[in-house]
Design a protein around this ligand. Sequence first.
Ligand SMILES: [Zn+2]
Length: 231
Amino acid sequence: MAEILARSNVPVLCFHQLREFRADDSAYARTLITPPDVFRNQLLAIRDGGWTPVSAPDLIDHLRFGTPLPERALLLSFDDGSATHATVALPVLAELGFPAVFFPMTVVLDKPDWLSRDQLRELERAGMTIGAHTWDHQRLDRISGDQWPQQLDQPAADLAEILGHPVDLMAYPYGVWSPETLAHVAAAGYRAAFQLADATDPDYPMLTIRRVMPPPTWDGPALLGHLDADF
Ligand SMILES: [Zn+2]
């Protein structure tokens, strides 16, 4: 555990919707929206700043086993399952040769403005990783009983059926977890789970991997400063 904790300094960034702001977007919604040109500039800054995005499996092997990563490695992640992950993020990622991990809620798949099952397969064929983000985005510190299999086991099974192989990564809705959550996540077979701003739990570092959400107000230099300062 101490070795994993010592290696837990690889930045992980978390994005949500990649689109222009609309007049009716609330202040909170705007923290989850990155306009496409801002997104592209943030990724260009990552490249030009000498950072190398790596895949989620490579990061996990590094954390667990010490498998080396490139200098200044980081991981890009995308939560919730917005269709813009395929229409806006994927072309930029493909252009720059960047891998990433996507965590869709399964309730939204094939609905308007959300990823389709075909798009999940398309993302994977392009070298991306797919993980789970529960069924319908409940806070996992507030659920009980048969909600655990609904929110943890069934999404992994559904994604495995769509992709044709096991899915064993997940991200916590709202980044929120509790000690009881970790026990259920481990029992459901996930080998790694991503949160947001809390400190990595020294006893469960693989199930409490930290991320930051780059706000759209961060230009390239601001993003690079946070990569150095926040991890
Ligand atoms: Zn989410």
